[in-house]
Ligand binder design. Structure first.
Ligand code: PLP
Length: 373
């Protein structure tokens, strides 16, 4: 069994995929171009924002958003302590200071009350922005976070690398905050066949600045460079792959993965702590993450699963404030106790739109046997 079975997805899509890829190969146009422009329009429309600017990966998308806002030395950017490293890495890369904010046990997302505490404690730096992460596929609590951002005049960036496809009410992920970003890394909810990413915004000026920065800070004339930028482009092959995948995502994958999660929820309730969604929120289930009673119980379960050929992953084994590269930014050792405890007790189970109901049953049976003898 695979943790996220991309081969099974390819089998389902392969004739359309082969056609799309050979069309690009025969067009002779490989970087940016028509395929990329069409994809940007489709993505913007799907998400419900005015502009989509694709780029090389999700980390670059975060970097570009912060560059557009001029984030740099002396600025504080509030980030959840429980997320993938890149969320805070880009802040530090720009010379700004990541301020770690604790997360909620049940949603794994930014704690609104700790956000208020950490903003109040921030006295020596210039508070500039909040990066909220849609961890494991569920949007962060944007209605509450947005209110805090407005109150403190902070910019709000949605790191939707895992969130594409989630919703709050009728509104889709990657449309929250002032700028949103996502990743098309193969294992994300909408993945390509390599690296890719995108930035979304309704703001015309930010969109054109991001579009310039991804292309060496180009002006209207490509060789009259206006800014110090980077080279972060999406290629036409990835755009063609994403075109096929977005259609499958909309037509059936998102619904299929939600059924898998629903089956897990039903079978695992009362056995382990299952992930919970806020009312009106939906997840695109980048991960299905359960919580165990202790690190000991988690190790035991991981071993039990692995012995039956079932892969599982620990996302994430360390809170950001304990990572060697970021520890210098942690004010005190226990700045985010809930994130720390989650890193000891979470376990992500196989999930993807092509996982069979019989496989979910098998996984749940192994969990029951391992935990209850
Ligand atoms: C994957 C991920 C990123 C980085 O995306 P890449 O495309 O791998 O650069 C950033 N933030 C989060 C939360 C992610 O999961």
């Amino acid at each position: 069994m695979q943790f996220r079975d991309l081969q099974r997805q390819y089998e389902a899509l392969h004739s359309e995929m082969a056609l799309a890829m050979s069309e690009v190969a025969s067009s002779g146009s490989f970087i940016m171009g028509r395929h990329v422009e069409e994809l940007e329009q489709q993505l913007a429309q799907y998400v419900g924002v005015k502009h989509c600017i694709t780029c090389g990966n999700g980390t670059d998308a975060l970097y570009l958003a912060l560059r557009v806002w001029g984030v740099g030395e002396g600025d504080a950017v509030f980030v959840p302590d429980f997320t993938f490293f890149a969320t805070a890495e880009v802040v530090a890369l720009l010379g700004a200071t990541p301020i770690f904010v604790d997360v909620e046990f049940d949603t794994f997302n930014l704690s609104v009350s700790d956000l208020e505490t950490k903003i109040a404690q921030c006295t020596t730096l210039c508070p500039k922005a909040i990066i909220a992460v849609d961890l494991f596929g569920q949007p962060a609590n944007y209605p509450s976070i947005q209110a805090i951002a407005v109150q403190h005049q902070l910019l709000l960036l949605e790191d939707g690398a895992q969130g594409f496809g989630g919703t709050i009410g009728q509104q889709r992920a990657c449309s929250f905050g002032d700028i949103a970003t996502t990743s098309f890394f193969p294992a994300k909810p909408l993945g390509c066949y390599g690296d890719g990413g995108a930035l979304f915004t309704n703001n015309d000026e930010w969109a054109s600045m991001a579009a310039s920065l991804r292309l060496h800070g180009k002006g209207t004339d490509k060789y009259c460079n206006q800014h110090i930028g980077i080279n972060s482009r999406l290629d036409a092959l990835q755009a063609a792959v994403l075109h096929v995948k977005l259609k499958a995502f909309e037509q059936q994958e998102l619904q299929a993965v939600q059924q898998v999660a629903q089956q897990y929820n039903t079978l695992l309730t009362g056995i382990v702590a299952t992930p919970s969604l806020l009312p009106q929120f939906s997840s695109s289930w980048a991960q299905y993450t359960i919580r165990l009673a202790s690190i000991h119980q988690r190790d035991e379960l991981r071993k039990g699963l692995s012995e039956q050929g079932i892969p599982s992953q620990i996302y994430y084994p360390h809170p950001l404030h304990q990572l060697p590269a970021l520890a210098a930014f942690a004010p005190v050792a226990d700045c985010c106790p809930q994130a720390q405890q989650l890193s000891q007790t979470v376990l992500s189970l196989p999930i993807h739109p092509y996982l069979y109901a019989s496989e979910v049953e098998q996984i749940v049976n192994v969990i029951k046997q391992t935990l209850h003898g």
